[in-house]
Design a protein around this ligand. Structure first.
Ligand SMILES: [Zn+2]
Length: 492
């Protein structure tokens, strides 16, 4: 693969000046090569967030005995699922990376599978990276530390304990495995890989905090020793690289000292540890773009650690990253006209869609999250509804046998006529559907109301005519010819 040949030159140049000691290595990540590496090595068997332990176990076990990774079983989870460690390289700088200690935070696990594919590759113009990593670092990967939580897509483990609040007590089986691994390896660097709520934003902007970074504190006073300083520099490098992909889309995670958490403890045990939190990104519900960002920043950080080039970044640069805010919603509607109790008024409405897991799939249940003056709230989708009025929908008189009886075009016509719900005569086995309608069997939808917590099913009308529909929290423009895509709706 010729396009990547020049990354060798960049890395060799960077390594050459390393002798000068105090790390003023001017290494510039080669994003063309990093992007290309992701496209080539993306693990094709995982394409959405609700994969399970059984999906990644074969991807780990197939590496046993290939001579590239050492694969060891650290132990088993509460429900007896094996937890593995994959080791790569024979270098002096020891790096430990663990993912998905919260079961419903899978983005980095996907990226680690991609990274394993990359590390196994050869003859693609990127062998110089592999030999750099192999000679300078020893990498200890622990993917999916919480397989029981992952399999039912919950944060906590099967003992109902939050693993990331168990670093001090060591009460959980899985937490103890990580403590033991850290004691055995004594890593110099750590990567604590998580997902966070998609409603975090970069303060004062509508930008989701797509990635949040933190060099966790090791004491209450949040002092900076050499260990933490190095973590800050690595994070500053990650931020600089990310700005090219998601300008103004990076934030710093809350840095309050958390004596129960792993990142804070790793830092105090002497490993320069970076917390990477994957948040949200517009148009990426399955976080596949964020997976790519994870791959790129993790791989590049490893290159920077191997070369020592992260010393080119400063603590001040890290401190300049803004702390994340929590000002986002899925939909924000501004200046909506409402008539209620003989009063006419205008309000802003925010709507959130909550995911409900159904095995490897999910549907959403949406509600009005806030009502009032929401000028400081931002939406993934926003509409200035000045001149539009909140309007209830009606149930269509037709009862259908199955969702398939209604085409997406028909559904849009129903909405334009002010119908937002249709009854089905019997409950099908597969209750998921993608129509922009409330489909129900027996649970008739309640009359819509612009009030806190109520279901987000209503119209915005002009002169009594529906112009927009909000159906299960999805904002639908009724003048558009295009059908809304990828709705995660469910029959009730
Ligand atoms: Zn987490």
């Amino acid at each position: 693969m010729k396009p990547f040949a020049y990354i060798i030159a960049v890395i060799l140049a960077a390594t050459a000046c390393q002798g000068s000691g105090q790390g003023r290595i001017s290494y510039v990540p080669d994003t063309t090569a990093l992007n290309g590496a992701f496209e080539i090595y993306r693990e094709p068997t995982i394409a959405h967030r609700r994969f399970k332990h059984a999906d990644i176990e074969p991807l780990i076990l197939k590496r046993k005995g290939t001579g590239i990774f050492d694969v060891t079983q650290l132990g088993v989870s509460v429900l007896k699922k094996p937890i593995y460690q994959l080791t790569y390289g024979r270098g002096a700088k020891k790096v430990m990376l663990w993912s998905q200690m919260h079961g419903n935070e899978p983005t980095a696990t996907m990226a680690l599978m991609d990274l394993f594919n990359f590390l196994e590759g050869e003859g693609d113009g990127m062998d110089s990276i592999r030999s750099l990593l192999k000679t300078e670092t020893s990498l200890y990967f622990i993917p999916m530390l919480n397989p029981d939580g992952a399999d039912v897509y919950t944060r906590r483990n099967a003992m109902d304990i939050d693993l990331n609040r168990d670093a001090r007590a060591g009460a959980t089986v899985e937490g103890r495995l990580l403590i033991q691994a850290a004691k055995t390896v004594q890593p110099d660097y750590g990567f604590n890989l998580h997902d966070m709520n998609i409603y975090y934003n970069v303060p004062g902007t509508p930008n989701p905090a797509t990635i949040a970074l933190l060099a966790p504190a090791y004491n209450e006073k949040r002092e900076i020793n050499e260990v933490r300083a190095d973590a800050m520099k690595i994070a500053a490098g990650i931020n600089r690289l990310l700005q090219g992909y998601i300008p103004n889309g990076v934030a710093k995670y809350d840095d309050t000292y958390s004596p129960r958490s792993f990142g804070d403890n790793f830092q105090s045990w002497g490993a320069s540890t970076v917390l990477i939190e994957s948040g949200g990104y517009r148009g990426d519900p399955e976080k596949q773009f964020i997976r790519k960002l994870n791959f790129i920043i993790i791989l590049n950080s490893l290159i920077e650690i191997a070369q020592g080039s992260f010393h080119q970044y400063s603590i001040a640069e890290y401190e300049g990253i803004p702390f994340s805010a929590s000002q986002l919603s899925d939909v924000v509607l501004r200046h909506v006209g409402v008539s209620r109790d003989s009063i006419d008024y205008k309000i802003d409405l925010s709507v959130n869609r909550n995911e409900q897991t159904d095995d490897r799939n999910y549907y959403v249940q949406s509600h009005i999250a806030d009502v009032g003056d929401l000028q400081e709230v931002y939406g993934y989708d926003e509409l200035d509804a000045e001149g539009y009025h909140f309007m209830q929908g009606r149930i269509h008189p037709r009862i259908v046998n199955s969702v398939d009886e209604i085409s997406p075009e028909q559904a849009m016509d129903f909405l334009r006529q002010g119908y937002h719900a249709v009854q089905v005569a019997k409950m099908p086995e597969n209750r998921h559907h993608q129509l922009p309608l409330i489909m129900f069997y027996q649970r008739k939808p309640l009359a819509a109301s612009p009030s806190l917590g109520s279901a987000a099913n209503f119209f915005l009308a002009r002169d009594g005519k529906p112009a927009y529909a909000v159906i299960n929290g999805y904002l639908i423009d009724l003048s558009a010819q295009k059908q809304p895509q990828n709705l995660k709706n469910y029959i009730f």
